[in-house]
Design a protein around this ligand. Structure first.
Ligand code: ATP
Ligand code: MG
Length: 390
């Protein structure tokens, strides 16, 4: 499909997604609500998306037969899992529209390529060095320490990262990571973190969700707050403009999340991109008139993109597997009945078979008429569930 192709894929068609995790599940729900059929490709028989989809192709992402089956079933394909090999997307793109493109996903999969893209777009990122060889390790500038050594590929939820203070720790960290390609980033003084989700169509139309203020705990997103005044207006505008230029620079088609750090001095620095809907955008299901998953459907089908409108102040709490255990490690069921007695609470669970510590099991969206009310209810819900206050 060329950039100028305006062919609209109407409801009744089947839409495919590579990856069967919670993002695929929520995509399937959004597509189905609009009258589409869905197909998921994921090897896991109990994948969250596979369980709610009309079709489940149960093969690996590089399985030629599985990809061919998906291509036969579907009118268009998207991805929910950024570690899907770009080659699989490119293969599918030979026979049907695929968004985002393999080339965009390939950049997001590699921290070195991603950072080079930020530099190209003129969007500041943390000072960094690429470390692929012992010589590059030896040549690292001391100004990057203390820093965070991150594997260039396959990291998520803070995995594949080691904090290093000295050159000795850096060398030991690189050994520990198996001497794979890495980037070393200077450790920055963060005042807070935020992210912006944009959706861009094939015709170049681009819309955005409002800036999300994010709190991470142990490298995992814990809380997202979205309401007027969550960030100073100038920072919010700057983040939205930067996110759009990153998407335009990639000639991106689909939903893209751009994560930022806000430094102690107020400076905005881009952290990384996710070529798909993002955990920090889940509030859009209940607080916006168009969710990030509906935006994904609209992008891949060439339906019009209209600027989403926020109708409620909102706080999202991530529900990690830890909530399913007492301190003594006994399994328990969180008190959903108590949480749902609070006004404006919306429970989303992903149907995962086993609760494990640090595993994302679901999220709770809290909506209210005012930011104070949303925060107040979210704090009450957090107290019931055993989530630390924020
Ligand atoms: P995910 O994919 O879940 O967003 P990730 O594994 O890709 O996470 P990063 O986003 O790179 O990891 O980092 C995780 C968290 O670690 C960040 O959200 C931030 O809190 C902290 N962090 C990462 N890089 C830096 C840095 N250069 N300076 C200070 N803190 C950092
Ligand atoms: Mg991140």
């Amino acid at each position: 499909m060329s950039a100028s192709d305006t062919h609209v894929i109407l409801p009744g068609a089947t839409l495919g997604v590579l990856g069967g995790g919670q993002l695929g599940r929520m995509f399937a729900h959004a597509a189905q609500a609009m009258g589409y059929f869905t197909a998921v490709l994921d090897p896991d028989a109990t994948s969250p998306a596979g369980r709610v989809s009309h079709h489940h192709v149960r093969t690996g992402y590089e399985d030629a037969q599985g990809l061919a089956e998906l291509a036969t079933l579907c009118a268009a394909v998207t991805t929910e899992f950024e570690n899907v090999p770009a080659a699989a997307l490119n293969r599918l793109a030979e026979s049907l529209p695929v968004s985002p493109a393999g080339a965009s996903v390939a950049i997001a999969q590699d921290r070195a390529a991603e950072k080079a893209h930020f530099v190209k777009c003129g969007v500041p990122c943390a000072p960094y060095a690429v470390i692929e060889t012992a010589a590059q390790l030896a040549a690292v500038n001391d100004a990057l320490l203390p820093g965070i050594l991150k594997t260039a590929r396959m990291g998520y939820d803070g995995k594949g990262q080691i904090r290093v203070k000295t050159r000795a720790e850096l060398a030991a960290g690189w050994d520990e990571l198996g001497q794979v390609a890495c980037v070393l980033e200077k450790m920055l003084p963060l005042a807070h973190e935020c992210s912006v989700i944009v959706a861009r169509g094939r015709n170049g139309d681009i819309v955005n969700l409002p800036v999300q203020r994010n709190l991470h705990r142990d490298g995992i997103l814990a809380v997202t707050e979205v309401y007027a005044g969550n960030l100073p207006a100038a920072q919010a505008e700057q983040a939205i403009a930067a996110a759009k230029s990153v998407a335009i620079g990639l000639d991106y088609v689909g939903v893209l999340c751009v994560e930022f750090f806000v430094l102690d001095n107020g400076q905005l620095v881009v952290n990384e991109i996710a070529p798909r809907p993002h955990n920090s955008g889940h509030y859009s299901q209940n607080a916006m008139d168009v969710s990030q998953f509906e935006l994904q459907v609209r992008c891949m089908t060439n339906l019009p993109l209209v600027q989403p409108r926020q109708h409620s102040a909102t706080v999202m709490l991530n529900l990690l597997g830890d909530l399913w255990f007492t301190q003594g490690e006994t399994a328990k069921s969180p008190a959903w009945d108590q949480v749902l007695a609070l006004p404006g609470t919306h429970l989303h669970l992903y149907g995962k078979v086993d609760a494990k510590r640090a595993r994302k099991m679901g999220h709770l969206n809290i909506t209210a008429a005012t930011p104070d009310q949303a925060r107040d209810t979210a704090l009450q819900a957090a107290a019931i569930l055993g989530i630390a206050p924020f």
